[in-house]
Design a binder for this molecule. Structure first.
Ligand SMILES: C[S@@+](CC[C@H](N)C(=O)[O-])C[C@H]1O[C@@H](n2cnc3c(N)ncnc32)[C@H](O)[C@@H]1O
Length: 438
């Protein structure tokens, strides 16, 4: 008969061990850290989006999930720096699961102000027994020496994957550092409100109309959200629909519409809105969001490169699928999900989409092309080569109060995460407006 044992060698663990692992029954693993480990494993090893991994977590207290997300996001924001701090304390590469736990522990100790004992003990409990001693020893050293080491690093460079650094340096010169710095901070909660909705307590009204609350605010607890009068939308993400300036009664198409932040803005004007989206799962979210807000739009499942309802539109919003590198503050997993080869692939889709959208526009109609990307191939390069029949309709300073400096000489709008730093930044977007020839 096999003797009962919890140790890999078939011996009972020594109750006096100095590695932090407790003897006897396996320790109860902390649900927040277990979930944080699952999120990091999904993103860094399986290259799955963090939101998808969050949805796949077993049912748990929403506060545990939020805390797990906070830890995983902190690791992803400072991944290069955390690895550099860990490096001198590791003689060889640990298994991937142990590496993720060490990153969690280092983030808790150096970035999240978790009490050292709790950070170390909960991380020790997360790894298989043979690695408990290693995790305990390394994290104790990180606790003692890590803060000084972190300060000496070039974190902006280390926390930005090389291909993104090179591309942003080429596009924005020294601005790459400001962009990288902005990516370190959790983004505030930005809301769009239905007209006449009172400003939530503690909110700031930004010059372009977005309402901003501090990072970490729980949207589901806000009265305006509960009443169906508010939706989450970054300050930059609210600009494309604003620039389209839809009017009541106009025929408006929102191509690539889910989850529907911009559809909601367009529908709130009283325009007749058709929202086109290819992905059936995302269509469900789009419908749910419109229903929650009590806003009306016709939702159509279709491919924006070929959808044609047989009539023309007064205004079209094309919020094209892109690499989403402008949203890294809100989605710190993006740098670890995207590859350099994604950029030409997506740019190769955006061109034909813009060309098809142009064909759906009535004479004199307006079109706004937008992407939430910092890569010029997905913005400036597209607008510089518009399809036949589209004329430039430059964005004017009075349309974007406080962002006049983000208007390019061509009349496009280029936002970056380091803009409005004093207000808490904004997503990186590109927007260009056109008119169809009369
Ligand atoms: C940037 S997101 C749109 C965000 C949305 N406009 C909003 O404000 O909430 C791009 C969307 O395009 C959809 N999409 C991708 N390829 C598409 C295509 N060929 N036709 C229609 N929709 C597409 C994606 O599923 C995704 O929902």
């Amino acid at each position: 008969m096999k003797s009962p044992s919890h140790s890999p060698q078939g011996r009972r663990p020594d109750p006096r061990r100095a590695d932090g692992a407790r003897p006897g029954k396996p320790p109860a693993r902390n649900p927040t850290r277990v979930a944080a480990l699952a999120l990091l494993t999904a993103v860094l090893e399986r290259h799955r989006p963090m939101e998808e991994a969050l949805d796949a977590l077993p049912p748990s207290d929403p506060r545990d999930r939020a805390a797990a997300h906070r830890i995983a996001a902190a690791v992803l924001r400072r991944l290069g720096s955390l690895d550099a701090v860990l490096e001198p304390f590791l003689r060889r590469e640990p298994p991937p699961e142990v590496r993720q736990v060490l990153r969690i522990g280092a983030a808790e100790l150096l970035l999240l102000a978790t009490p050292p004992h709790a950070a170390v003990a909960s991380c020790v409990d997360l790894v298989p027994r043979p690695f408990a001693g290693l995790v305990n020893a390394v994290l104790r050293k990180v606790g003692a020496e890590g803060a000084a080491a972190l300060e000496d690093l070039d974190g902006e460079r280390l926390d930005t994957p090389g291909w993104l650094w090179t591309a942003w340096h080429k596009a924005y010169g020294p601005g790459v550092r400001a962009i990288a710095r902005a990516h370190r901070l959790p983004a505030p909660l930005d809301l769009s409100l239905k007209a006449g909705t009172a400003l939530p307590e503690g909110a700031v009204l930004l010059p372009t109309g977005t309402v901003r609350l501090p990072a970490g605010t729980r949207i589901t607890e806000l009265p305006a959200f509960i009443e169906g009068a508010a939706w989450a939308q970054d300050a930059a993400a609210a600009l494309p629909a604003r620039l389209l300036a839809a009017r009541a009664g106009e025929r408006v198409a929102d191509l690539c519409a889910a989850p529907g932040g911009k559809t909601a803005q367009l529908a709130a004007t009283g325009a007749e809105v058709v929202a086109v989206e290819r992905d059936p799962t995302r269509i469900l979210r789009l419908r749910e969001n419109l229903a929650r807000l009590g806003l009306d739009a016709r939702v159509v499942q279709g491919d924006a490169t070929e959808w044609d309802p047989g009539h023309r539109f007064d205004a079209i919003l094309l919020d094209a699928p892109c690499s989403a590198t402008g949203t890294i503050r809100r989605h710190p997993d993006v740098p670890y999900l995207k590859r350099p080869t994604d950029i030409p692939t997506l740019a190769g889709l955006q061109g034909p989409m813009l060309a098809h959208a142009a064909k759906l526009l009535a004479p004199g109609g307006r079109l706004v092309f937008a992407t939430c990307s910092l890569q010029p191939e997905e913005g400036e390069a597209q607008a510089a080569n518009p399809p036949a029949g589209l004329l430039p309709d430059p964005i004017r300073a009075e349309e974007v109060p406080g962002l006049e400096g983000a208007i390019t000489p061509e009349g496009w709008l280029r936002t970056r995460p380091d803009l409005w730093e004093e207000h808490g930044g904004m997503d990186g977007f590109f927007m260009a407006r056109f008119r169809a020839a009369e």
